[in-house]
Design a protein. Structure first.
Length: 387
């Protein structure tokens, strides 16, 4: 009797496990079928839609919606309309983790555009990679970001390349020798300031040196203690490792102490808001950028005009990189004839996309390589520097 019961239990257990496995497979197949039969092709946009860095997340979303509308007016992609689904990660790793898990659990997105800061991107990226979800960040610059996996791409240069261009501006274009650094107390600010120090040290020129480095809290109103130390150290140029909300007040407060100080910033500060906040104090601030808003290219001119008319302000460099990122993803979907993540991932490495930030092509590691345009502010406008 006991033997019969044991056999019965084994048979029932095997049947139950088979049923559960069948249900799991059926659910997975149903999700794939639902995705294939969906009325729209969804693209997730994740970034800070609220908080101190909301301009960047909103810029990503605006750019994505504008690009989607352009495609939708021409029939969409794969015969379907494109839908942009926005997620607010507040530029925190905790929120980004929740959002990444939500996006992959839903499973209907063809890909993710975002997140904003490198640290947040690198928190979310392993979740996307594990679930074979494509992520294209328009702004992550940490060298290890794309090393997370083969579904992880960036439409931005690694920080070493941009920092090298910034140092080149300070030393070779401006002719400065005594470099001061002011950086925000974030992972990006700390990493970038160290990269700048390493680049200066490796120049091999004993006359060029970092004379002082000051770290400051992002969003502070008073940078004069840090500025005073940089000035007393004899800095003749300051490289600002922070966004426009650092560069503008630093320029105002520094020039009140030393009107002759030269300032170099990064592309994440290249924004109309910098000019609006800094006024005359940001005259002469220089940047290396991929996207140049005053380009004579008719494609860029039309884009600037349409974006400004639609959203009330000109797009920043990072917004423009998000705009191109959506275009690249849609092109890969169109050319592969599917939203299957693996097929689209493979196609992304083949696409050569002519966008507002020039021709973009990912290498086998999900990286891009582009030339920088050296830009300065003159008479309240961005202007290309003489070569």
């Amino acid at each position: 009797m006991n033997r019969k019961r044991a056999i019965l239990v084994a048979v029932l257990s095997t049947a139950a496990l088979s049923l559960l496995a069948g249900c799991g497979n059926a659910k997975k197949e149903a999700n794939n079928t639902d995705k294939a039969n969906a009325d729209t092709v969804k693209i997730a946009v994740a970034g800070p839609m609220t908080g101190d860095n909301s301009e960047y997340g909103i810029g990503f979303a605006n750019a994505a919606e504008m690009k989607a509308e352009e495609w939708n007016e021409k029939g969409g992609v794969l015969g379907k309309q494109i839908e942009i689904v926005k997620y607010d990660d507040k530029n925190t790793s905790e929120e980004a983790t929740t959002i990444a898990q939500k996006i992959v659990s839903d499973g209907t997105a063809a890909g993710v555009i975002g997140h904003f800061s490198s640290g947040v991107c690198m928190t979310a990226a392993p979740i996307y990679q594990e679930n074979k979800m494509i992520e294209i960040s328009p702004s992550a610059s940490h060298p290890d970001y794309t090393k997370i996996g083969d579904y992880i791409f960036r439409n931005n240069t690694v920080i070493e390349k941009e920092a090298t261009a910034s140092v080149d501006l300070a030393v070779n274009d401006m002719g400065k020798k005594n470099i001061g650094i002011i950086s925000i107390m974030t992972d990006w600010g700390t990493n970038t300031s160290q990269v700048v120090k390493d680049i200066v040290q490796n120049l091999g020129d004993p006359d060029v040196k970092v004379v002082a480095h000051e770290e400051v809290m992002e969003g502070s109103d008073d940078y004069t203690p840090a500025i005073t130390k940089l000035n007393e150290a004899g800095a003749d140029v300051v490289i600002c490792c922070g966004m426009y909300n650092l560069v503008a007040p630093v320029a105002k407060q520094y020039k009140a102490i030393n009107p002759d100080i030269a300032i170099v910033a990064f592309s994440n500060a290249y924004s109309q808001q910098l000019i609006e906040l800094g006024g005359d104090a940001v005259e002469g601030v220089c940047f290396p950028v991929i996207f140049f808003s005053e380009s004579d290219d008719p494609i860029v001119k039309d884009y600037i005009e349409n974006y400004t008319e639609k959203y009330g302000s000109a797009p920043s460099a990072l917004t423009s990189q998000a705009y191109d990122s959506v275009g690249i993803l849609l092109t890969a979907i169109e050319e592969s004839g599917t939203t299957d993540h693996e097929a689209v991932r493979d196609k992304l490495r083949e696409v050569e996309y002519p966008g507002v930030c020039g021709v973009t092509k990912f290498d086998e590691n999900g990286e891009i390589d582009k030339e920088f345009v050296k830009v300065t502010i003159k008479d309240g406008k961005f202007e290309k520097m003489a070569e």
